[in-house]
Design a protein around this ligand. Structure first.
Ligand code: XMP
Length: 175
């Protein structure tokens, strides 16, 4: 069993500042036409981030990639769904996820989008844990780098819970 840390790791204010910085940096450096968000964890991040891109023609799509189930450890096996009618052929995609951990999800999804015909795929994550990387991949745009530990809030969950909290918290084992 897990409990929330006493203090948030990142407050809602710190998150909004980082999202604004990321949005401005991406807008300066990458002209893309489609945002692909990974459900479910990135839904809050995508909705805040996309409002920093003034181009009205940018489209927002979501697909689901899961490897965790109800556990805090990745199964390593990627299950992609909601992508049956995905039309990204020739598109310049900004792939958005909440957190880059082992890297297996991002690596798998970049490959998946390339195989679907995307002209270019660059990635953005709000959080990354460098220590646990298994796949040889870096995100193009990264918000916060954090130590190992399971984090929740701002869309991130544990067994479906904690997603609605505006701050990001660390989960600690209950003693
Ligand atoms: P990998 O290991 O494939 O993980 O890079 C990426 C996906 O795993 C989920 N993930 C987490 N979710 N707190 C969460 O709520 C975490 O600390 C965490 N670490 C990984 C996340 O869904 C991400 O898409």
């Amino acid at each position: 069993m897990y409990k929330m840390s006493l203090m948030p790791l990142f407050t809602a204010e710190a998150i909004q500042e980082m999202v604004q910085l990321l949005g401005e940096k991406i807008a300066r450096n990458y002209k893309f036409d489609t945002i692909v968000g990974l459900l479910t964890g990135s839904f809050v991040f995508v909705s805040d981030l996309c409002r920093h891109f003034p181009d009205p023609k940018i489209k927002v799509l979501f697909i689901k990639a899961s490897s965790y189930g109800d556990s805090t450890e990745s199964s390593g096996k990627l299950d992609v769904s909601l992508a049956k009618d995905l039309d990204i052929s020739g598109k310049k995609v900004l792939l958005v996820d909440d957190i880059l951990d082992t890297g297996l999800t991002l690596q798998g999804m970049v490959k998946f989008l390339q195989e679907k015909g995307a002209a270019e795929v660059r990635s953005c994550v709000l959080l990354e844990k460098r220590a646990r990387r298994k796949a040889d991949i870096k995100a193009d745009f990264v918000g916060f780098s954090i130590e190992d530990g399971f984090v929740v809030g701002y869309g991130l969950d544990c067994a479906g819970e904690y997603r609605t909290m505006p701050d990001i918290w660390t989960l600690e084992p209950e003693t």
